[in-house]
Design a binder for this molecule. Structure first.
Ligand SMILES: NC(=O)C1=CN([C@@H]2O[C@H](COP(=O)(O)OP(=O)(O)OC[C@H]3O[C@@H](n4cnc5c(N)ncnc54)[C@H](OP(=O)(O)O)[C@@H]3O)[C@@H](O)[C@H]2O)C=CC1
Ligand SMILES: O=C(O)C1=N[C@H](C(=O)O)C[C@H](O)C1
Length: 280
């Protein structure tokens, strides 16, 4: 830590919470970290690696955001808690980076309202590789009209939501690339979640498969098949650190912007522009 940015991290004792604390401790632009948790006693403290500057109970988040002059809240928790945390951030005028997945319709409405009040950046996957995978999938689907598409994701046995947020994002990308402009509301191709019994493939349906096993960090595979050939595009996350690093880069990029929705692609594009300039 050594920069000016003050970040708050919710769900600080969770799998991603711990990764975010470690990544924040190593991030050049982060100066101070406030952790919020239902269980503050489980958050690293003292000389432990990643120990934040302050820890509060999640119920006290709103007052703590104000007291610690937080610039950006980073939330990777569960939808039912996340909507409360994001509401507290919006009430305090604090920007938010959201990695939590699996919101229901009411949760999505809360996110819409938060995004109208403060700078808001949400991504179902903060890895750079998935950003590239999404571009590759859109291109492949557009180049191979009529090919069958199946999406398979594999995650650790502690994951709650299925299919993963990333798989849902990629399904929307496929609909967009096919020109059917779909989303989970059902406007795009039919999404068939697993198959059992007499269930032959029909039309342009997309098969969706969610596997849960062991400690797999996160894998996404898109299979396109037709015309006597098969194309497979696969991303495998090697650690949760990549998501944490991406989310903190997004927090640095988001701080100080106008209220509204932003996309992780904008962070990646800005980074690519900086790299281009550096190499000239
Ligand atoms: N966008 C991305 O790149 C990524 C997104 N994710 C998403 O991040 C989210 C968190 O994942 P992960 O860290 O693996 O999950 P964990 O279950 O390990 O952590 C979630 C944390 O949320 C906090 N929490 C607050 N309220 C509740 C509640 N009612 N029930 C349970 N936990 C609660 C807890 O922390 P505490 O006790 O400290 O409050 C808990 O540890 C998921 O939605 C996942 O899909 C995960 C990886 C990457
Ligand atoms: O819960 C996880 O672990 C992950 N969740 C995200 C998702 O739902 O897509 C991203 C990543 O795959 C890990």
């Amino acid at each position: 830590m050594g920069g000016d940015l003050t970040v708050a991290i919710t769900g600080a004792s969770g799998r991603m919470g711990g990764e975010l604390l470690s990544a924040a401790a190593d991030h050049d632009d982060v100066g101070s970290v406030l952790a919020a948790s239902r269980t503050p006693e489980n958050v690293p403290s003292g000389d432990a690696p990643g120990a934040p500057d302050a820890v509060v109970e999640d119920a006290d988040l709103g007052a703590a955001l104000d007291e610690h002059d937080v610039d950006v809240l980073v939330d990777f928790t569960v939808p039912e808690a996340s909507v409360e945390y994001l509401r507290a951030a919006a009430d305090e005028g604090v920007a938010v980076v959201v990695g939590t997945t699996g919101y229901d319709e009411a949760g999505e409405e809360t996110l819409d309202s938060v995004a109208s009040e403060v700078p808001f950046l949400r991504a179902s996957n903060f890895s750079r590789g998935v950003g590239a995978l999404r571009r590759a999938v859109r291109e492949a689907v557009a180049a191979l009209p009529g090919y069958d598409v199946e999406v398979t994701e594999t995650h650790h046995n502690g994951k709650r939501d299925a299919p993963s947020g990333t798989a849902l994002t990629i399904l929307d990308d496929i609909d967009d690339a096919r020109g059917s402009g779909g989303d989970a509301s059902g406007d795009g191709a039919e999404r068939v979640h697993g198959r059992v019994g007499e269930q032959p493939r029909e039309g342009d349906e997309i098969g969706v498969h969610a596997r849960r096993a062991g400690d797999v960090t996160g894998e996404h595979e898109i299979l396109l098949a037709g015309n006597e050939e098969v194309l497979e595009l696969t991303h495998r996350a090697g650690s949760r650190g990549i998501f944490a690093a991406g989310a903190l880069d997004a927090a640095v990029w988001l701080a100080g912007r106008d209220a509204g929705r932003y996309d992780f692609d904008e962070v990646l594009d800005a980074d690519a522009d900086d790299t281009d300039t550096d190499s000239q």
